[in-house]
Ligand binder design. Structure first.
Ligand SMILES: Nc1ncnc2c1ncn2[C@@H]1O[C@H](COP(=O)(O)OP(=O)(O)OP(=O)(O)O)[C@@H](O)[C@H]1O
Length: 259
């Protein structure tokens, strides 16, 4: 890949607006997602993170421009956006509960040569549970099914919405580890409330408040700014011993911008 191709964002969102039930939930949102690594989409509860993801793929009506790898997609229906290489891992996992793990995965296969080997390597537990009904899996296992479905196909980007929500700490760590592995093969826009996970994974951060972008920049620099995280997220990010040596995120790349 040339330096120019590397520098080009894989996703560009420009002036995105969306309304739900008469309320503007996404307001003139603009940001870019680089073609490598994990970019975190952050903000307090109800600020419009999920709505932004849904607006990007057309699950809710929106105006504005969205470009995937330089190609405008905002006029396309959701199924075409997904087919063009946007993997979506929704907040509520949405597995087919009455189908087996294997059937859930088979239904998700879109490519002529789905990446079954990658999925088997990343999710050995799912392989062992291939005959189990997905509805009887634990929350963490269902999350793995949801991630595995998106990873079966070759995507240009994954949109992953709160993958660690409601999971026990050990399972949160497993999901984070899986996301780190997945990010070696595909860039990820990650909605995540667990700031330790963000610290571990994310290179860049986009912060929303009241449906608007209020900060963009390097994720670690943002998390290290206690005053800023307190103001924009209502919490100060914890910094456990060792985090800085364990992190897989990229090095800081320039100053962030806060509104
Ligand atoms: N179906 C809906 N009907 C009415 N209001 C909705 C609906 N879906 C979302 N909203 C509202 O839109 C706003 C943005 O919600 P959204 O789910 O995008 O926020 P979020 O940042 O993802 O929140 P959380 O972190 O709690 O998941 C909130 O005020 C929410 O109450």
């Amino acid at each position: 890949m040339t330096a120019a191709a590397e520098a080009r964002p894989i996703l560009t969102v420009q002036g995105l607006n969306a309304h739900i039930a008469g309320q503007q939930v996404v307001e003139n949102v603009s940001f870019t997602v680089p073609a490598t690594g994990i970019t975190a989409l952050l903000g307090r509860n109800g600020v419009g993170k999920t709505s932004t993801i849904k607006a990007i793929i057309g699950l809710i009506d929106r105006t504005g421009a969205v470009a995937l790898d330089g190609v405008r997609i905002e006029k396309e229906p959701t199924f075409k956006i997904i087919r063009s290489g946007v993997g979506y891992v929704p907040e509520d996992r949405e597995v087919f509960s009455k189908l087996t793990v294997a059937e859930n995965l088979r239904l998700a296969e879109r490519d002529a040569a789905p990446r079954r080997q990658l999925v088997e390597e990343l999710f050995p537990d799912l392989l062992a549970r291939s005959a189990q009904m997905a509805g009887t899996l634990s929350g963490g296992q269902q999350q793995m099914v949801s991630l595995a479905r998106a990873l079966l196909n070759t995507n240009k980007i994954l949109l992953v919405d709160e993958p660690t929500k409601g999971l026990a700490p050990k399972i949160v760590a497993e999901v984070a580890e899986t996301l780190a592995e997945a990010a070696k093969t595909v860039p990820i826009l990650l909605v995540e409330q667990n700031l330790l996970v963000v610290r571990q994974l994310a290179a860049g951060a986009v912060v929303l408040s009241g449906g608007r972008v209020v900060h963009t920049g390097n994720a670690l620099e943002f998390l290290d700014d206690a005053e800023l995280t307190q103001r924009l997220l209502g919490v100060s990010a914890e910094t456990p011993a060792g985090t800085h040596t364990e992190k897989t995120a990229a090095k800081p790349a320039g100053k962030g911008a806060t509104l």
